[in-house]
Ligand binder design. Sequence first.
Ligand code: BG6
Ligand code: MG
Length: 220
Amino acid sequence: MKFEDIKGFAFDLDGVIADSARLHAKAWHQTADEVHSEWTPELAEALKGVSRMDSLGMILKAGGHENDYTEDEKVALATEKNTKYLKLVESLTPDDVLPGMKAFLDELKASGYKMSVASASKNAPAILKQLKITDYFEGVVDPAKLHAGKPDPEIFSLAAGVMDLAPEVVAGLEDSGAGIKSINAAGELSIGIGNQLMEADVRFADTSEVSLKNIKAKLG
Ligand code: BG6
Ligand code: MG
């Protein structure tokens, strides 16, 4: 995709706009300890962008415990994790927008780009509100309505639809491997936050580097 083709940006939230990926990880780490699955950096990375119940499934599987819990017990574990996560989220303020992202949102708004949110999190609207940035976006895709989560393209396809744009003119921003796959499969330009995201069309080491000028420079 050429820089000039881009008309809208679809954003993942946790780890791209909000400094909340570490809070998900902290709460899941406690769940992993509780079910006696080893918490490793690889597991933490693999959970990014994955829905609540699928994340729990991966944590149980990591310890070989996938058959040790009933469906009701799994729902209880996931609910417990979410309660802990929401307790941590209470401390988030507008200062917890990740470095450079408020400036990027302002730049996009001033330049007339459309924006939407493609987060697997059911808590996304609450976090946007807490960070006081809800009004930048045309809308937020409701992950409860998805047939399949990331890496399936559905969420990023819907995020283009929310902006009334074709995927061919949308760039998606993601900090997870599953999310980059979803953007690519949707036929959008993938912008990865994190140098490990080898499948991304464009990569930045961290959010502080994200700007229209730098995206244009990387697209060449
Ligand atoms: C994603 C996070 O944005 O949302 C995952 O990267 C998280 O870590 C997922 O599990 C689901 O979030 P929630 O808030 O609905 O449990
Ligand atoms: Mg993320």
